[in-house]
Design a protein around this ligand. Structure first.
Ligand code: SAM
Ligand code: SF4
Length: 467
């Protein structure tokens, strides 16, 4: 309660817009300086705000190529070839806020309001599990009916819903900021990451775009993930909605947020998201800060260099072609086979768009995405081992040192891919996938023989085998 009051009243925060603007104005991107910053990042160090500002100000095309190249290299070195797959599951779109850009905003009369019943929720989960999903993010509007108890109950229902061999093994959450007590109730259902996007880090712009409801309080949201960590949630995800304000300012905001969490809790965010604003039903918000595809790639590359160990999430808001390109620049997680109309996984509904928060631009099925990843040499992964072995938060950071990926993540990714190929894939996907597994297993430097035995156990019918 004390934290709640203190931060509501606190005028000053770890975001100082004037300081950020000054930093962006002063940073001169001299070639040698930029190259030294790139080198610091390649040595897997987090960059300082002034270093990030310097990269953001680069104009020289050649230097940008060097930045993109470094982002690709860093991604391969730290994350290997794995891409973690998940799906969003929208539980309900009632909302008491009025975010001007969102289809769910309270004053929108065109959207159809809907909250899943528990029976409908089970059907949605069955549909997702039947496609091969193991990781979900559950999403809610902000409304008194989505209380911490309700959220916890929906998460428990997700975990309890099984189909044959299949089950959801990690549920991440994107919901309204909670009190510490509220987070504790949600945590007790066994969540993965709690994700909250600040939308824009600029306080004045924020105030204009969030005119009503609890979300109108900038600081309540800015410190929302502090409260989550105080409640014992180790993995938190931050993000900004790109297109509301100047993209360079938002990248700086994300870096300051990361540093704040690191300084206060000894560990930064587990993931960073960088959604771009998309059209939505009943929304005629026009922004002069729309982010072009070119600038979007710069956002991704700079975040990768700035925070080498933080997971980066790219969603199906973006079209397939752009996803292909951006994936290489540092993304570690994507969604696949996503549908965001409430109830739209279990039944096809011509009115789906009317129940959606915004428009999706990559509507390919999970299998199509997996096949493409395999063809490009990536290892699609449904791994949830770290979280279930207690390797979260600080532990994750400790383990996320060279060697960890090769020892744990790559074999675990191969085990979950093997399960997917056996249980859900078409013959064509299975053939491509089996070949990739055979090649990758030979490349393992540690535990190769044990990994081969584990694969045999999966072939014999065992599931959820992991290091
Ligand atoms: N209602 C909660 C909240 O606002 O924190 C839960 C999350 S909301 C359903 C999920 C996220 O969708 C928001 O944080 C926002 O960044 C994003 N979003 C909202 N409108 C959008 C739009 N038109 N295009 C793209 N993303 C949007
Ligand atoms: Fe509600 Fe979230 Fe949409 Fe804002 S972004 S209107 S809080 S669902």
């Amino acid at each position: 309660m004390y934290v709640f009051l203190k931060e509501r009243l606190e005028a000053k925060s770890f975001i100082d817009p004037q300081k950020i603007c000054e930093e962006l104005e002063k940073a001169v991107p001299e070639k040698e300086k930029v190259r030294a910053i790139i080198q610091k990042s390649l040595e897997k160090n987090r960059l300082s705000p002034s270093e990030v500002a310097t990269l953001l100000n680069v104009q020289d095309k050649e230097l940008w190529e060097e930045i993109f190249e470094a982002a690709r290299k860093l991604k391969e070195e730290i994350y290997g070839k794995r891409i973690v797959l998940f799906a969003p599951l929208y539980i309900g779109n009632d909302c008491i806020n009025d975010c001007v850009y969102c289809g769910f905003r309270n004053s929108n009369r065109e959207v159809q309001r809907k909250t899943l019943t528990f029976d409908e929720l089970r059907k949605e989960v069955e549909a997702l599990v039947s496609k091969g999903h193991k990781r979900l993010i559950v999403v809610y509007g902000e409304h008194p009916k989505y209380s911490p108890q309700f959220i916890a109950e929906t998460i428990r229902t997700v975990y309890e819903t099984k189909v044959g061999h299949g089950e959801i093994r990690r549920v991440n959450v994107n919901a309204a900021p909670q009190t510490i007590e509220g987070y504790k109730i949600i945590r007790s259902a066994g969540i993965g990451t709690f994700q909250i996007f600040q939308e824009t880090y600029h306080p004045e712009v924020y105030r204009k775009l969030h005119p009503k409801g609890p979300k109108s309080n900038y600081n309540w949201r800015l410190y929302a993930l502090d409260r989550a960590m105080l409640a014992g949630i180790d993995d938190v995800g931050i993000g900004a909605l790109f297109g509301l304000y100047d993209w360079k300012f938002e990248v700086m905001g994300l870096i300051y947020h990361t540093i704040h969490l690191e300084e206060r809790f000894g560990v930064g965010p587990h993931t960073i998201s960088f959604p771009r604003l998309k059209p939505a039903i009943g929304v005629d918000f026009k922004s002069k800060y729309a982010v072009s595809d070119e600038d979007f790639k710069k956002v991704v590359a700079i975040i990768r260099l700035a925070v080498p160990y933080t997971g980066m999430i790219l969603t199906a808001r973006e079209p397939a072609q752009l996803r292909r390109e951006v994936l290489k620049l540092g993304v570690s997680q994507i969604d696949g086979g996503s549908s965001i109309g409430i109830g739209s996984y279990s039944k096809s509904d011509p009115e789906t768009l009317k129940k959606s928060q915004f428009t999706l631009y990559d509507t390919r099925s999970l299998e199509e995405i997996i096949q493409e990843l395999l063809k490009e040499g990536y290892i699609p992964s449904f791994c949830t081992a770290c979280y279930r072995m207690g390797r979260t938060g600080q532990h994750f950071m400790e383990f996320a040192v060279p060697g960890f990926v090769r020892k744990f993540c790559t074999p675990n990714a191969l085990f979950t891919l093997k399960e997917y190929l056996l249980d859900y894939a078409s013959a064509e996907t299975r053939e491509i996938g089996e070949k990739l597994i055979a090649d990758e297993i030979e490349k393992l430097e540690i535990n190769k023989e044990i990994a081969k035995k584990y694969l045999k156990r999966i072939e014999a019918g065992e599931r959820d085998v992991r290091f």
